[in-house]
Write a protein that binds this ligand. Structure first.
Ligand SMILES: Nc1ncnc2c1ncn2[C@@H]1O[C@H](COP(=O)(O)OP(=O)(O)O)[C@@H](O)[C@H]1O
Ligand SMILES: [Mg+2]
Length: 322
C-alpha cells in the first residue's frame, strides 16, 4: 500500500500555563491523500491552528507535542532534525495564515520576498528567481505583476496580499498546502475570488490542501472530505457530501442546522449553537459536547465516546448518532 501524503496519528499537543495544562489537541488522527483537499472545521478555540502548527513542528513553549505521530510521505516529522524541518517547511509543506499583513515583511518589496523564498528552496539564481516570481504573481492573477514586483506590502489590498501569500506558498511546488483561515480577514466577495483561485491552483499544481476554517460555506465547495473538531478532538469525519446530507454527530448537526442543506452560502458562520465550548484545562468527564448537546443521555456525561464507523467512510464520536 502506498504511503499517505500526510498521516496524523493520535496527536496530542498541550500548553503548560500558570492556569494549568491546556489540552489543545487530544488524540487527533486524520490523513490526506495526494492532491486531496481536506476541510478542518470547528468553532474558535477547538484546536485547528494548534493541529496545523503541530504538523509543521511550529509549536513553541509553553506548548509541546506530547504524543502521537505525524508522518509525511511515511517520514516521521517528530523525528526530523533542523535541516530536515527546513526542507519540509516552505519546500514540501507550505502554509498560509489568516492575516497576510503579519506574514509579509513591511520593509521589503513583495517581489523580493517571494524571490528569497524561491532562491532558498529551489536553489535558483537571482535572475531565475525573479522570473519565477513574476510568473507566479501572474498565475495568482495579480494584475501588472512586473510593475508590482517592486512595490511594498502596504501598496497591496488585503485580497492582493493574500494572493501574494498564495504565490509565495505555491512557488516552491509544495506537495501540501496548509491554509489556516485563509479568507477570514477578507470581504465576502474577495473571499470568493481567493477561494476560487486556491481551488484552481491546487488542481493545476496537484497540491494537496488542508483547509482550516470555521466557515462551513468555505469547505462545502472546496473539500472532498471534512474533519469536524470539538474541544481538541475529532468528533466526526466524513466525505463532504455525506457530512452535509447525513451529519451523524449532534454537534455537526447543530453546525448545519442554521444552514439550508441544498445550498450552503459562503460566509455561513458557525455561531448558531447555544452555550460555550468547555475549558480545555478542566474538561468534563464523558463527552465534551454533552453540556451543550440537545440529545444528551446519562451515559454521555460519564463515558467518552470513541470515533466509530457510522456510514461509508463516515465516523463519529457519539453514542447516539443521527
Ligand atoms: N500559546 C498558547 N498558550 C496557551 N494556550 C494556547 C496557546 N495557543 C493556543 N492555545 C489554546 O489552545 C486551544 C486551541 O487553540 P487554537 O488551535 O488556536 O484554536 P482554533 O481552532 O481557533 O484555531 C485554545 O484553547 C487556545 O487557547
Ligand atoms: Mg485558529
Amino acid at each position: 500500500m502506498a504511503d499517505k501524503l500526510l498521516e496524523v496519528q493520535n496527536l496530542r499537543t498541550q500548553f503548560f500555563t500558570r492556569g494549568g495544562v491546556v489540552k489543545a489537541v487530544e488524540d487527533v488522527s486524520f490523513y490526506l491523500d495526494e492532491s486531496e483537499t481536506l476541510g478542518v472545521v470547528g468553532e474558535s478555540g477547538c484546536g485547528k491552528s494548534v493541529t496545523a502548527l503541530s504538523v509543521m513542528r511550529l509549536i513553541d513553549r509553553p506548548g509541546k507535542i506530547v504524543g502521537g505521530r505525524i508522518l509525511f510521505r511515511g517520514e516521521d516529522v517528530l523525528e526530523m532534525d533542523e535541516e530536515e524541518l527546513y526542507e519540509l517547511r516552505g519546500g514540501k509543506i507550505a502554509m498560509i495564515f489568516q492575516d497576510p499583513t503579519t506574514s509579509l515583511n513591511p520593509v521589503f518589496t513583495v517581489g523580493n520576498q517571494i524571490s528569497e523564498a524561491i532562491k532558498v528552496h529551489l536553489k535558483l539564481d537571482d535572475r531565475a528567481a525573479r522570473n519565477r516570481t513574476i510568473e507566479m504573481m501572474e498565475r495568482v492573477r495579480i494584475p501588472d505583476a512586473r510593475r508590482r514586483y517592486t512595490q511594498y506590502p502596504h501598496e497591496f489590498s488585503g485580497g492582493m496580499r493574500q494572493r501574494v501569500m498564495i504565490a509565495m506558498a505555491l512557488s516552491c511546488n509544495p506537495q501540501l498546502l496548509v491554509a489556516d483561515e485563509p479568507t477570514t480577514a477578507l470581504d465576502v466577495t474577495i473571499q470568493a475570488q481567493v477561494l476560487d483561485l486556491m481551488k484552481a491552483l491546487s488542481e493545476e499544481f496537484k497540491t494537496a490542501t488542508m483547509l482550516i476554517t470555521h466557515d462551513l460555506g468555505v469547505v462545502a465547495g472546496m473539500a472532498q472530505r471534512i474533519v469536524v473538531m470539538y474541544a481538541g478532538r475529532v468528533i466526526e469525519e466524513a466525505p463532504t457530501r455525506a457530512l452535509f446530507a447525513t451529519p451523524a454527530h449532534p454537534y455537526t448537526q447543530a453546525l448545519l442546522s442554521a444552514v439550508p442543506r441544498s445550498s450552503v452560502p459562503r460566509g455561513t458562520r458557525l455561531t448558531a449553537i447555544p452555550g460555550q465550548p468547555p475549558n480545555l484545562v478542566n474538561l468534563p468527564a464523558g463527552c465534551s459536547f454533552a453540556p451543550r448537546c440537545p440529545k444528551v443521555q446519562p451515559r454521555c456525561r460519564v463515558e467518552r465516546p470513541e470515533l466509530e464507523t457510522v456510514g461509508p467512510n463516515q465516523r463519529a464520536a457519539c453514542f447516539y448518532p443521527y
